[in-house]
Design a protein around this ligand. Structure first.
Ligand code: ABN
Length: 171
């Protein structure tokens, strides 16, 4: 095995002659920093999201899968003392909102839905529901559901979200 020792000794010595301690440390530092930053790189998980099977629609307005909630983001008012389209007592409906379109599997039609928030009390905390069909990024504010629509109310505290049908979407 002496030849192996001699081989590695030779390689190590020649490397040491060609490399300064400072550049070796700099190289090691780059490797360590690169390895530490790897988990911070963005990862495309869209494939996984698309692969997840959609949960079955339901007639239950306290369930996130209810058809009218296809683009709601917040606590369902139907779990907070209100209904799917009305605010709980002691809260006020936001006059501004965002509008989406949901498909009703019961009659096969598309409906225009307004997602008004209910305001004036602290967050309800029940039945959090975040669905994003046809929602657009934040730079198109009126088509984004990740917004506190209580911002124009006297009391801007967000409590829960409703889903009010405005009409049928005609093709
Ligand atoms: N539209 C519901 C909501 C309220 C506050 C913050 C994000 C989303």
């Amino acid at each position: 095995m002496q030849w192996l020792d001699r081989f590695f000794e030779g390689r190590t010595r020649s490397l040491a002659q060609r490399t300064s301690r400072r550049s070796l440390l700099a190289g090691l530092g780059q490797i360590v920093t690169g390895a530490a930053l790897l988990p911070l790189l963005p990862i495309d998980r869209s494939q996984r999201a698309e692969a997840a099977p959609p949960k079955a629609e339901t007639d239950d307005p306290t369930a996130c899968e209810y058809w009218k909630y296809c683009a709601i983001d917040g606590f369902l008012c139907s779990c907070c003392g209100g209904s799917s389209s009305s605010c709980p007592p002691g809260t006020q409906m936001s006059p501004i909102t965002w509008i989406g379109t949901c498909h009703n599997p019961a009659d096969g039609r598309d409906y225009i839905v307004s997602y008004n928030d209910c305001c004036g009390k602290t967050s309800c905390g029940n039945c959090n529901c975040n669905r994003n069909e046809r929602e657009k990024p934040m730079y198109r504010l009126s088509l984004n559901n990740d917004v506190n629509w209580c911002m124009a109310n006297t009391n801007v505290n967000y409590h829960c979200s409703t889903s009010v049908v405005l009409g049928v979407s005609e093709k």
